[in-house]
Design a protein around this ligand. Structure first.
Ligand SMILES: *Cc1c(COP(=O)(O)O)cnc(C)c1O
Length: 386
């Protein structure tokens, strides 16, 4: 792969991250550690580019889903940082994790036993976070099974470090789940009561994601796992509107880090009555000028944006016409007589006074911000800009 040959690129703004961090520090208590969640290729921002940037801005704790991501964070890391795997890790990967001081969630006995085995083999302590099932019903020890895990931790203290006790909320970003979130906190308290009966003690407890940390400050515990908010997005519009209402402010306080850009590949004129692109989905009602852009659904620009999406060229908003192809799309640039091959095209982000937001995207394409971001392919080059 030669990133100079790519047809589009992504810029990540350092200033925006610094801005968002200031915002985060306004609502996260001083004593609480912040883990930067970088699963899903750092929510599409690119682990390799994002980690050194985040470290420079002050993050020193990163959470990922699996060992593959942990490995990439480890490789990209430029300083001392803690890495925590919140999801999947195979036995052979556990050995690598322990050797490299990478912490991991444990939610069933087999993994705990394997952690012991590999800790002994590598002669290093395994640092585990015991995940508790509190109502999401995905992964985690039930309160009943927790006894077994705690007894095991007690017996093998020499090899297994009880780094954390944790859980995850089943939708803190929607008020619909209010009751369930309260119940989950109660269950977690019960788990804590149980843990107190054993001589082993977790170094940290944690449960909050971005939405929980903002909406339910009590859930901040010793550590918060913040994903979407560091990248400049509220988890949902509901959380944004609640914030604006509560603070009596009008403007979204966060800044997006990401911009996605390409350039005009070709310009042509189409006569009234002609179809553009595959099939008949776009008929030129008038004479039109059309620009081709070398970005399509294989690059993450959803096909559902056919005849709907918008991009910015020469400071103007122009519309996608016809179907989005695998590698290309066409836009109507009749309103820009000066258009030229090579002109910058903004697919996401700002140009002049205008902005294409990811959430506008999600409205046409029915995708969440989370999904849209993480669908940005890994091979689009990413660059940090000040
Ligand atoms: C993704 C994830 C988070 C972060 O969620 P955001 O809504 O992006 O802040 C926190 N904890 C766990 C277990 C996760 O999987």
């Amino acid at each position: 792969m030669n990133s100079n040959f790519a047809t589009s690129y992504i810029e990540i703004s350092k200033e925006a991250l610094q801005h968002n961090l200031k915002f985060i520090h306004r609502f996260v208590r001083k004593s609480v550690q912040i883990s930067s969640v970088v699963k899903g290729n750092a929510y599409g921002h690119g682990i390799e580019q994002y980690i050194p940037l985040a470290q420079e801005c002050g993050f020193d704790h990163f959470s990922v889903f699996c060992a593959d991501e942990a490995y990439r964070v480890h490789q990209a890391s430029k300083g001392e940082s803690t890495i925590m795997i919140m999801g999947h890790v195979e036995n052979n990967q556990l050995e690598w994790a322990i050797e490299n001081n990478v912490q991991a969630y444990v939610f069933e006995m087999d993994r705990l036993e394997q952690a012991l085995r590999y800790a002994k083999r590598t002669k290093k302590k395994a640092k585990v976070h015991i995940e508790v099932e509190t109502g999401m019903n995905r992964t985690g020890f039930t309160l009943k099974d927790l006894d077994k895990a705690l007894a095991f931790l007690q017996e093998h203290q020499e090899w297994i470090e009880f780094q954390g006790l944790c859980t995850h909320f089943a939708g803190a970003e929607s008020v619909t789940n209010y009751y369930r979130i309260q119940q989950q906190q109660k269950q977690f308290d019960k788990a804590l009561t149980k843990v107190a009966l054993y001589p082993v003690e977790p170094k940290q407890t944690h449960m909050a994601c971005s939405a929980a940390a903002m909406r339910y400050p009590k859930t901040q515990k010793d550590l918060v796992r913040l994903g979407i908010i560091q990248y400049g997005f509220f988890p949902t519009n509901e959380v944004l509107i609640e914030y604006l209402t509560r603070k009596k402010v009008a403007k979204d306080p966060l800044r997006r880090l990401i911009s996605w850009k390409s350039s005009v590949m070709d310009v042509k004129h189409v006569k009234k009555g002609e179809f553009v692109g595959y099939g008949t989905s776009y008929l030129a009602g008038e004479d039109r000028t059309i620009a081709t852009i070398p970005v399509g659904y294989s690059h993450g620009f959803s096909r559902s944006l056919s005849n709907q999406g918008r991009v910015l060229i020469r400071g103007q908003r122009v519309q996608v016409i016809g179907t989005v192809n695998m590698n290309m799309m066409t836009v109507d640039v009749t309103q820009i007589p000066s258009i030229e091959k090579g002109d910058e095209v903004v697919l996401i982000g700002k140009q002049g006074d205008l902005e294409i937001t990811i959430s506008s995207f999600s409205e046409y394409s029915d995708l969440l911000n989370y999904e849209l971001l993480t669908r940005l392919p890994r091979d689009i080059p990413r660059y940090i800009v000040e």
